[in-house]
Design a protein around this ligand. Structure first.
Ligand code: NAP
Length: 237
């Protein structure tokens, strides 16, 4: 059955790969990012028709509300929600600026809470599925990434709790936890050095994470689950 799938952070990287797989499956995709041209360009490039690109800063409550009003008015009720919008501002805690801490927490953690709350308004009557994107750094911790790690660890508790809250209404909520994936976010890392630490010996591709996202969106009996897609990185961190 074709559904409306909303992908925050869908313009690039992991979110873009998720948007592609959803479109290939015949779903109508709403690609959301702050940069509306990038969101629209990705929406236009997807297979199938009638995909939509929208601008929304996920850290701003009113923008999120307005985005969901537009989506339900133009596309109908939301069946799938994927929260792939995320930023990092890596620094040792002693050197971290307060405004960067707030940006990271508001984008990565509060942003997903706001989109989930807004999406639930249509999902509670018809059912649906949500996948949030965490990070292996949220599971294992990493020096220089205290705030990012906290935002991603927070998503784990949030995902499990929300899964309990909404299971009786046929809404499932799961977390995909990537390791090191080849996107703009990791463009500054030396892949030869970092890749050597990963048991599978290389960075992951966005599509390899997207496949796990799609699996969880489509699996009717899985909720509250945390699925690592990290080439084994967690085992050696
Ligand atoms: N790449 C990795 O190795 C890796 C590993 C673990 C976890 N993750 C997580 O996976 C998710 C996707 O990462 P990625 O590597 O695909 O990153 P990316 O290539 O940098 O893409 C980030 C996406 O999020 C959007 N975005 C950023 N801030 C936003 C905001 N405030 N509101 C709305 N959209 C926003 C960006 O578009 P705009 O800039 O136009 O808004 C873009 O579409 C993130 O949550 C990240 O933390 C990534």
């Amino acid at each position: 059955m074709s559904r409306v799938g909303v992908v925050f952070g869908g313009s690039r990287g992991i979110g873009r790969a998720v948007s592609w797989l959803l479109a290939e499956r015949g779903h109508r995709v709403v690609v959301v990012s702050r940069n509306v041209e990038a969101a629209q360009a990705t929406a236009d490039s997807l297979p199938g028709g009638e995909h939509v690109g929208l601008s929304c800063d996920v850290s701003r409550e009113q923008e999120v509300q307005r985005a969901f009003e537009t989506i339900t008015k133009t596309c109908g009720p939301v069946g799938y929600l994927v929260n792939a919008a995320g930023i990092n501002r890596d620094a040792l805690l002693l050197r971290s600026k307060s405004e960067d801490m707030v940006s990271v927490l508001h984008t990565n953690l509060l942003g997903s809470m706001l989109t989930c709350r807004a999406a639930l308004r249509s999902m509670l009557s018809k059912g649906g599925a949500i996948v949030n994107i965490g990070s292996v750094v949220g599971v294992k911790g990493n020096a220089g990434q205290c705030v990012y790690s906290a935002s991603k660890a927070g998503l784990e508790g949030f995902t499990r709790s929300l899964a309990k809250e909404v299971a009786s209404r046929s809404v499932r909520v799961n977390l995909v936890v990537p390791g090191l994936i080849r996107t703009d976010m990791t463009a500054g890392l030396k892949e030869e050095d970092a890749g050597r630490r990963i048991p599978l010996g290389r960075f992951g591709e966005p599509k390899e994470v997207a496949q796990a996202v799609l699996f969880l969106l489509e699996s009717p009996y899985i909720t509250g689950q945390v699925l690592l897609v990290d080439g084994g990185l967690r085992l050696v961190m």
